[in-house]
Design a protein around this ligand. Sequence first.
Ligand code: GFB
Length: 324
Amino acid sequence: MMGGPNDAAGDSFLSEKSAKVFVAGHRGLVGSAIVQKLRDLGFTNLVLRTHAELDLARQSDVEDFFAAEKPRFVVLAAAKVGGIHANNTYPADFIAINLQIQTNVIDSAHRHGVKKLLFLGSSCIYPKFAPQPIPEDALLTGPLEPTNEWYAVAKIAGIKMCQAYRIQYGWDAISGMPTNLYGPNDNFHPENSHVLPALMRRFHEAKVNGAKEVVVWGTGSPLREFLHVDDLADAVVFLMEKYSGLGHVNVGSGKEVTIKELAELVKEVVGFEGELVWDSSKPDGTPRKLMDSSKLASLGWTPKISLKEGLCDTYKWYLENVKQ
Ligand code: GFB
């Protein structure tokens, strides 16, 4: 039986702002937003380690870290992530590294007395043709999207591991499933990034170089839901404070656009005035993955940042931070 919205958390995360909080993956798109959010809320004891300082894929290193640091809370935002091309090209990395990271962190966190852990997955865990909007209980009801089934299987294993540790040990591990995320500190790699940062970089470079056209992958017809990473960080704190249930929780914006509409929006925000050229030799991926986030809404959380506002915020950050 999956947990329900009335799975209230124990005593409050927000009442322990001097407790040690380990944010795994603190330099990435998600981790950096969570660190900023916690600092803004007055958390004074964040435990942060770069990949060079702590390789989360190495079990003995993770075990030593937890034995030494003994954090009270863990937000597991570290993962091997990427867009459709990266997932399709490096399947072994996406399944192996993510399984290693999450298994090491979840097991050592429990072993060393962490009070509460939040694991972050992705909307790609759901079947390719799940009913839309996708409810949490659609998990494992059908075949996955082939381009990212490796990452999806790893993330599904993470959800199941958190549930298993709650069932066997009564341990407070919870899982959040964000939709496609974007924002500052994203990966803007031309090939391996997600669609939104990839297009932002491509339109920007085309504008600066005076190019007449920009290639966009696929047909433009798939639908995608997007959430600004600052909204996700807000939802992470909300779940750490309010939720302690067996079931995972969808974290979406509830709004979707076609890839074509997204490309037009990014083109407008960047100010590129050339043409779009569609490369249908590139994969479209799953046709749609709008999540049903009503479980989170029933707990009292809603997103605040619109896609247009979020795109402007991200492009402003891009201009100030990405070497042109
Ligand atoms: O963000 P994205 O790469 O991954 O979006 P998914 C892919 C969609 O955007 C496809 C189109 O329909 C692509 O054809 N697209 C158009 C582009 N131009 C580009 C481009 O320049 N770069 C990219 N990357 N796409 C990911 C999963 O699926 O969703 C991950 O693979 C993760 O594992 C992530 O779950 C949230 O949204 O298709």
